[in-house]
Design a protein around this ligand. Structure first.
Ligand SMILES: CC(C)(COP(=O)(O)OP(=O)(O)OC[C@H]1O[C@@H](n2cnc3c(N)ncnc32)[C@H](O)[C@@H]1OP(=O)(O)O)[C@@H](O)C(=O)NCCC(=O)NCCS
Length: 192
């Protein structure tokens, strides 16, 4: 995969770009909320070092092309809304996994759907992916809804896939194929 450290994407309301150290307080605020972390793979964050560590690790990983995580910045006022990521690339199978999190103050306004649409366009068009997967907690209704709105299909159910702080949980697996994504979009150009 190419380096992603200079990558930016834009939607009508959101500028998407790699995380930077200035985002750390907003990342901690978002990830210290138990509601946001309820179905994530770690408990609520408590220390700014967790956020700065994430930014540092991301910078190295983006440069190596290991993942694409973009912070979502609201264009109107430069507020940090959240982030979304393509990771676990399998170049041979042209496959990746998608993830996302958003500050609870900005839920219910369609921001994540807007950002994920841009990220999926990038993944299928520029990275030539054939399949994107998501692994979510079966009770995470907000996450399931957004995936279904984006045309992901629930393909499987894995029992006791995670043990987080002693808590065992199952996974619902979702998949989106390139052909499904393309079928969902209106044609880019009118036929000649
Ligand atoms: C998953 C998560 C990002 C979804 O957030 P969200 O606000 O529901 O998603 P969106 O930003 O796409 O907003 C969609 C909602 O906004 C509404 N909406 C309002 N204005 C809208 C607009 N202009 N366009 C689209 N939707 C709009 C939609 O109707 C929808 O509401 P509904 O779910 O009640 O029908 C959020 O719940 C989250 O961060 N959860 C914690 C982290 C997490 O669990 N991540 C997933 C781990 S697998």
């Amino acid at each position: 995969m190419p380096s992603f450290d200079q990558l930016t994407l834009d939607t009508p309301r959101i500028h998407m770009r790699p995380l930077c150290m200035d985002d750390a307080p907003a990342i901690l605020r978002m990830r210290s909320n138990p509601e946001v972390m309820r179905y994530m793979t770690t408990g609520p964050w408590t220390d700014i070092a967790q956020a700065t560590g994430m930014v540092e690790r991301d910078q190295a990983a983006l440069q190596k092309g290991d993942l694409v995580r973009l912070g979502m910045i609201r264009k109107d006022d430069n507020v940090f809304l959240g982030s979304c990521i393509l990771f676990h690339f399998d170049e041979g199978c042209r496959r990746a996994e998608i993830g996302y999190d958003m500050d609870a103050a900005y839920w219910g306004q369609g921001y994540m759907q807007e950002a994920l649409t841009a990220l999926l366009d990038y993944g299928f068009d520029q990275l030539n992916l054939n399949r994107v997967e998501a692994d979510i907690h079966p009770d995470n209704e907000g996450s399931a809804k957004i995936l279904e709105r984006l045309s992901f299909i629930r393909e499987g159910y894995l029992r006791e896939r995670w043990i987080i702080e002693g808590q065992v949980s199952d996974s619902a697996l979702y998949g989106l194929l390139r052909k499904d994504w393309q079928a969902r979009l209106p044609p880019l150009r009118s036929p000649v």
